[in-house]
Design a binder for this molecule. Structure first.
Ligand SMILES: [Zn+2]
Length: 452
């Protein structure tokens, strides 16, 4: 199968795990034309004439996985910030290392992270990018073939923030608007742009207000980190004299199309401030455990009016990979502990990475399920392995969430374009991918002065 966007692709055979409103699971085919699903189930032979064929017999065909929060710009930094809780992790390692990126290292970090995402079945990401060299992250998204909503990271204040990451709010927002002009809707709409203030401790009130105004002017979303670690709220109260949610409400940000990562500390009082305004949350269980932040209460979040929840891996230095299949399983296991077994099913977890994840990006009409007219973003899994064997009648969502892993990924398709073919990347130069990131991170470490 070729990497080029085929006009017509016939995914033949397979168990279709649709995640549609009826949550249908059926045996059948999918026909893709010009990047969209145009037929599902039994397809008349004349319609598949001259279509490129992909034999999915015996495999599970799913909507591509969606991640509501990642950092491609941190993919080079795996293992360089171990053993720290959130604020020390940022101040001692992540910020100095991010500040040492150049265009080359940012690009190869982006390519490395995109490869990690694709090889574990992710087709769409929401990316909080870098303060500097964001252009390189967009170039990596372009070259990888991923679908992405991404924005330049915004920072203008804060304890422990390196000089190189502190920008004048007007300059930072002007660059965001330029990136919007250049990349929004690019590559058949596969890439879109949003605004990404990092979090409250690194953004002034002026920057938040400017972000809300620019988001409204351009009609684009805002993505940030919120209510992650308990110490974060303590510092915000110490510095600003009020909590994170109270502060954001004064800036107008809660009236934008707001997507947050984490929400671990989200409680009833936050829901009261929100008062039904929409809030999209990317749950990132691995990162929350690794940085000691806690376990989000998905039962409460999902029952709060206006709140929708998806999944994210966050990044390589806090996870330590970008495998969303692992996040699905972990999310389900943690809710089994938190809510009691049976309250949060395998199908609920799969929904986080598919249709609910799409909703948490405002893309539920475009992606997240196998339905006519939607973009042909697919992942095809081989479940005929010892680890994923299941007798007839066993729920396939449970088999996928609790037993399958990234090595089951055979094909990954974005907009009808095959990006992973028999487990191999089609859009990457594999030799370069094996060599360039190692060179790039050596240079980042040298420039940063960080000793590991
Ligand atoms: Zn993050």
């Amino acid at each position: 199968v070729s990497a080029a966007a085929t006009k017509r692709l016939w995914v033949r055979g397979g168990t279709l795990v649709t995640m549609d409103p009826q949550q249908r699971v059926l045996e059948g085919d999918i026909l893709v034309e010009n990047g969209r699903i145009v037929a599902i189930g039994v397809i008349e032979p004349e319609r598949v004439a001259e279509a490129e064929q992909l034999d999915a017999t015996g495999k599970a065909v799913l909507p591509g996985f969606i991640q509501g929060h990642v950092h491609l710009g941190q993919a080079l930094l795996r293992g360089l910030a171990e053993g720290r809780e959130l604020l020390d992790w940022l101040r001692e390692r992540i910020w100095p290392l991010e500040a040492a990126h150049d265009h080359e290292s940012a690009y190869w970090s982006g390519m490395l992270g995109a490869a990690d995402c694709l090889l574990s079945g992710t087709t769409t990401i929401q990316e909080i990018g870098l303060v500097t060299h964001m252009e390189a992250i967009f170039e990596a998204i372009r070259d990888s073939g991923l679908r992405a909503i991404a924005g330049k990271c915004l920072m203008d204040t804060g304890l422990g923030v390196p000089e190189a990451l502190l920008e004048d709010p007007d300059v930072a927002l002007a660059e965001s608007a330029q990136l919007h002009g250049r990349w929004h809707g690019a590559h058949d709409g596969r890439i879109t742009v949003e605004l990404c203030p990092r979090f409250i401790l690194s953004c002034s009130k002026t920057l938040w207000e400017g972000t809300a105004a620019l988001a409204s002017r351009l009609g684009i979303p805002v993505h940030t980190h919120l209510l992650e670690h308990p110490r974060e709220e303590d510092e915000v109260v110490a510095v600003l004299g009020r909590g994170q949610m109270e502060f954001l409400d004064e800036t107008g940000i809660l009236d934008t199309d707001l997507r947050i990562a984490h929400g671990v500390q989200f409680e009833r009082r936050h829901a009261e401030i929100l008062a039904g305004r929409p809030l999209k949350i990317a749950h990132c269980p691995s990162a929350n455990l690794k940085l000691g932040s806690g376990i989000a209460d998905l039962g409460f979040l999902r029952s709060t009016p206006g709140v929708s929840v998806g999944l994210g891996t966050d990044g390589a230095p806090c996870n330590n990979d970008m495998d969303v299949m692992e996040e699905m399983r972990l999310a389900a296991l943690l809710q089994s502990l938190r809510q009691g077994p049976g309250r949060f099913s395998g199908r609920d977890a799969l929904a986080l990475a598919t249709i609910d994840g799409a909703r948490a990006l405002g893309l539920e009409h475009e992606i997240g399920s196998l339905e006519l007219g939607k973009a042909a973003d697919l992942v095809i899994l081989d479940l005929e392995r010892p680890a994923t064997f299941g007798p007839a009648g066993v729920d396939i969502h449970d088999r996928i969430v609790f037993a399958a892993a990234r090595d089951c990924v055979c094909w990954v398709i974005v907009g009808g374009r095959v990006l992973v073919d028999h487990g191999r990347l089609t859009t990457f130069d594999e030799d370069a991918l094996a060599r360039r990131p190692a060179e790039a991170v050596r240079a980042v470490l040298r420039r940063s002065g960080v000793q590991v």
